[in-house]
Write a protein that binds this ligand. Sequence first.
Ligand SMILES: Nc1ncnc2c1ncn2[C@@H]1O[C@H](COP(=O)(O)OP(=O)(O)OP(=O)(O)O)[C@@H](O)[C@H]1O
Ligand SMILES: [Mg+2]
Length: 450
Amino acid sequence: MNLMKKATILVVDDESGIRQSFNMILKEDYHIVIASSGSEALDCFKSHAVDLVLLDILLPDIGGLDLLEKFKEIDPTVEIIMVTAVKEVPIAVKAIKLGAYEYIMKPFTVDDILAVIQRALEKRSMTQEIAYLKTELERVLPFEMMVGEDPKMKKVFDFISTISQSDGTVLIQGESGTGKELVARALHNRSHRKGGPFVVVNCAAIPLTLMESEVFGYNKGAFTGALSTRIGKLEMANKGTAFLDDIDSLDLKMQAKLLRIIQEREFERLGSNKVIKVDVRFIAASNKNLSELVENGEFRDDLFYRINVFPVNIPPLRDRKSDIPLLLEHFVDLHAKQTGKSKIRFSEEAVKTLMNYDWPGNVRELQNLAERLVTITKDPLIHAKALPPLTGSLKTGIKDLPLKDAVDAFEKHYIAEVLEDVGGNKTKAAEKLGIHRNTLLAKTHAKEPS
Ligand SMILES: Nc1ncnc2c1ncn2[C@@H]1O[C@H](COP(=O)(O)OP(=O)(O)OP(=O)(O)O)[C@@H](O)[C@H]1O
Ligand SMILES: [Mg+2]
């Protein structure tokens, strides 16, 4: 808010003496608008950008409390100070409940009224600032914390915007670490279900034997060990979103049960016949190619069609390399801020090296690297030779190599991990590896990317 701008105060009182004295006290510092009745006050309120109202409770036409409600309806952020000659506690309580800032009694001292007005206006400017920052945040981070300028990602973002208000089931597919969960959360947070829960059902992490009890919940005594009734993830997700992560891990039996739930939006807890209805949006994710699994008979085709209403395919990072520098900066700054470390930057050559790499672990791998660099480097500018060996996940990195190269790659990766564990201290790393420090130095120098 512009602090130089005078705040506008609307004075509403049927006694001209009161109106005049308010005007005298306040005209120096504020822009004053005066009304002697309720209806006049409403007109003034609509035609001026009022910041604060000094409102008499007893007016000839409209009651002060009714007027208070009307003002708040028109502008919920306006501050209202009730002014009254009679002390009636129930009315004061009601006024505060309806959103009045303060309730003051006539007669009052000039200092008192000035102090109350100042506090109320400070509160208002703070409320406005918060509202402004919120919209600013939405503008800067339109998709949660999702960074991406590549046309392929922009297409994904556009599609998310289009489908976020619908209740249709979404299937997010993409390699591990591409941002599937982030997209699911963005969808939830942009939907009308935003105020409701976002419940993750991690299909790969829940053992199949526990899947039903986790998802449907159970009644006391449903099975040995069911000592009390517990609600399942589906019930928890009511009025919100259920995120079925790694949905390909479900066995065929559970797939059939899930199909029924997505169709009917109803189920029973284990050990109970009572049908429970839920209002849930389903978002499923998988890093496998589900249509291939359908062809192989590992995934039910009817469930696939049911969840694939809105397909979102997130491209791997190697197919949107122009986003690498953006993501690096994003994670480096974020991690530096979170840990109170200083920011780091990358030399042109270092960026080139990182852009030439294929990132088998996708954004997650890049995020880990950025965090590691913020933690271990002392030089604020990272050069190519200071980058740890980029081998990705060991398995992906050495899969097709001849033995000697695979051994070299393993050594490189292993040394990098040990170095990371000891915060980059080469003496400590050499000790851990059981080799001489000079040997380690020779190895790390020999293996730096050129
Ligand atoms: N576009 C992006 N902008 C910023 N951060 C991202 C982006 N994409 C992914 N991330 C971050 O990368 C990490 C991995 O993302 P996420 O967990 O959503 O991947 P995933 O596809 O669900 O992976 P997995 O299949 O292994 O579960 C998270 O920390 C996430 O916040
Ligand atoms: Mg995930």
